[in-house]
Design a protein around this ligand. Structure first.
Ligand SMILES: [Zn+2]
Length: 294
């Protein structure tokens, strides 16, 4: 048994037995960590309230045989206070946590960049100064860059020919040239591709002057791109891991029964699936208008 300390964001909270919870943390040094918080479902628990989703906490844990145990918690930022006050911010923040949880598939692998991204977007959502939808798209684009899934936003995703190119194909990985363009690739406006690039680069002056139709189209493309990669990531797992992948922590060797009652979540966060569904033409499956206009 050894003690360690780390700061992290609470991604997910599940029940364990009568009184305990399993907390999934995205920590600064150790990456994704799942740990037991004992007795937190009893009234009067010392740190139950500090271990809610969106909380940014400083924790002390001790290493257990199967799961680590949380022994101390101090709140660094109670992002939940500002976030739950507004339904749109709340659903956006939920999608952020779920996206981070799905992208970081392995436990105990340092993912400092991802931790910083999540803390940054939760802070911005709690502040309420930026548009929640733009924040989600900026987060997803940067999280995908972290995962190595960045869409091409200029050059051709397939042959590398420098752009700009008018067509966008999710399966091929972004903008595609006239030669590589598959039948039915979508044709987003050039303003949409510019917005996506601004969000990826953190150019908020540019992003915030974008029009609503451009934002909607961008959200659809960003979400469709993420959905495609998350579904592909899940399919690439062996079948036995697939059934437990996002719930039982097969990689960490934890017994599946420890997660009873939590249930494996959908590989794609609901809000992302919804936004991907708004894309016209969806996922580049539909034939483009032969006139070239949309
Ligand atoms: Zn090409």
């Amino acid at each position: 048994m050894s003690l360690y300390r780390d700061v992290g964001v609470v991604l997910r909270v599940g029940k364990l037995g009568e009184a305990d919870r399993i907390i999934t943390l995205l920590t600064r040094r150790y990456g994704k960590v799942r740990a037991v918080a004992k007795g937190v479902r009893r009234t009067g628990s010392r740190f139950g309230a500090r271990l809610e989703p969106f909380a940014h906490v400083d924790t002390q844990l001790h290493t257990g045989r199967t799961l680590d145990v949380v022994t101390q918690v101090q709140t660094l930022d109670a992002f939940g206070v500002g976030i739950v006050a507004d339904y749109r911010r709340y659903t956006t923040a939920c999608a952020v946590l779920e996206t981070a949880d799905r992208i970081v598939a392995e436990e105990r692998e340092p993912v400092l960049r991802m931790y910083l991204l999540v803390v940054g977007v939760l802070r911005a959502l709690a502040d309420g100064r930026r548009d929640a939808s733009l924040l989600l798209d900026a987060f997803v684009l940067r999280a995908m860059a972290f995962a190595g899934w960045s869409p091409a936003l200029g050059e051709c995703a397939r042959c590398g020919l420098s752009g700009p190119h008018a067509a966008f194909s999710v399966p091929l990985g972004g903008t595609v040239c006239g030669q590589c363009r598959p039948a039915g690739a979508s044709r987003p406006s050039s303003a949409t591709i510019s917005l996506m690039r601004a969000l990826l680069d953190g150019d908020w002056n540019e992003a915030e002057i974008s029009e609503d139709t451009v934002r909607r189209e961008g959200s659809g493309l960003v979400a469709a791109h993420l959905q495609w990669h998350l579904e592909r990531q899940l399919r690439s797992l062996p079948l036995v891991e697939r059934s437990t992948a996002h719930g039982a922590g097969a990689a960490a060797g934890n017994p599946p029964e420890s997660e009873a009652g939590e249930g494996a979540p959908d590989p794609v966060p609901e809000l992302i699936r919804e936004r991907a569904g708004t894309l016209e033409p969806s996922l580049g499956e539909r034939p483009t208008d032969p006139s070239g206009r949309r």
